[in-house]
Ligand binder design. Structure first.
Ligand code: LMR
Length: 378
């Protein structure tokens, strides 16, 4: 039995789950929804290995679940909303929890600009997972991934249930983009599914490091250095390309849903005991101490998190693969990624913001209770 849960399944969960209704209404009216949850839920429903699909969001999940439940695949679909302990109910018995919830970027924003809002959302959801499904695999899509993954880890540590082997930042879209763009250069999109390029580092700008020298299908011989640099830049800023094209209507949703479902499919196969499942993902390097320490030596920095090709097993991370032989240019890309990665991961930077989020959360609860008390007396 494999129960997969999507938190943010209707594409609307873009604020802390227990903010006062007024704020919920304002946020929903003013901002556009992220929109990854629904296509992701569709792709997960299409996965024959999923036996139960749990959907959770602030609105619409019963409708989305009813719609998906008519598709003739094995997964039983259930949709929950926050009232009546919906989060607890959806998470009960979950093997895999995917978190696409959060606000998307607008043109001109970096993923880090989403931190203040998305950190609070991820923190609240992680708290729910730590309490109800502490043994589940947690797949974090919400940006900025380089920071939201450490937040999940910190929440789990606070609850005494931290297992670094089971918390993953989904960086698959960078891998998907690399395959697609290389196949475009080769003039044959039909090759895209068979092209695999390891993309390491993190999931934001210069922290996205495609190792094109290790592509399973090589670039054309004599490929110019300037063209290589342009290709690397396109992979690093592929997200911005979509944000710009959507012109204020959000960021990648469909390709992100595809990538999230691809990574979830690998995780599910690993849970079911399939051997040799390897995927680049942003993990805590303590998840396999020996290979994590070896990777730290390879990159020359004692980072706590890094995205590398990771071998997955039924209990999570089995082995973190080395980056392998890099070209001089790739070495400079790794070096350039390290300072930004370190800053995003740095816990001392995260803790005050999480703390401020806790105070805001508490304040909103107090206001919420006051409003309820006033309503009751009216
Ligand atoms: C992406 O890579 O497309 C996503 O991380 C969304 C974004 O903000 O770019």
């Amino acid at each position: 039995m494999v129960k997969v849960v999507v938190l943010g399944a209707a594409g609307e969960l873009q604020h802390a789950t227990r903010w006062i209704p007024l704020v919920v209404i304002c946020v929903l009216t003013i901002l556009r929804a992220g929109g990854i949850g629904q296509p992701l839920a569709l792709l997960l429903k299409a996965n024959p290995l999923v036996t139960e699909l749990g959907l959770y969001d602030i609105v619409n999940t019963p409708g989305v679940a009813a719609d998906l439940s008519h598709i003739a695949t094995p997964a039983k679909v259930v949709g929950y909303l926050p009232p009546d302990e919906g989060l607890k109910k959806v998470l009960t018995g979950a093997n895999v929890v995917v978190i696409p919830a959060g606000i998307p970027r607008k043109p001109g924003m970096t993923r880090d600009d989403l931190f203040k809002i998305n950190a609070g959302i991820v923190r609240d959801l992680a708290t729910g997972i730590a309490i109800t499904a502490p043994k589940a695999f947690v797949l974090v899509i919400s940006n900025p991934v380089n920071s939201t993954v450490p937040i999940v880890a910190e929440v789990f540590k606070k609850h005494g249930v931290f297992d670094p082997k089971k918390i993953f930042g989904v960086t698959t879209l960078d891998v998907v983009r690399a395959s697609t763009f290389v196949s475009e250069i080769l003039g044959d999109l039909g090759k895209a599914p068979s092209i695999s390029v390891p993309v390491v580092g993190g999931h934001s700008g210069v922290t996205i490091v495609p190792l094109l020298s290790q592509s399973t299908v090589p670039l054309p011989s004599g490929f110019a250095k300037s063209d290589l640099e342009a290709l690397v830049n396109r992979i690093q800023y592929g997200g911005d390309e979509v944000v710009k094209a959507k012109d204020g209507a959000g960021s990648a949703t469909l390709s992100m849903a595809y990538a999230g479902a691809e990574f979830a499919a690998k995780v599910i196969k690993a849970i079911k005991g399939e051997k040799g499942i390897v995927a680049p993902t942003f993990v805590n390097l303590a998840s396999d101490k020996a290979s994590g320490d070896a990777l730290k030596k390879e990159i020359g920095q004692d980072l706590e998190y890094f995205s590398a090709p990771v071998e997955l097993g039924p209990e999570g991370v089995v082995f973190i693969n080395p980056l392998g032989k890099l070209t001089d240019y790739e070495k400079t890309l790794v070096e350039a990624a390290l300072p930004e990665l370190a800053a995003s991961i740095e816990k001392l930077g995260l803790i005050p913001i999480i703390f401020i989020g806790c105070i805001l959360h508490w304040l909103f609860q107090v206001v919420d209770e006051e409003i309820q008390a006033i309503n009751e007396t009216l």
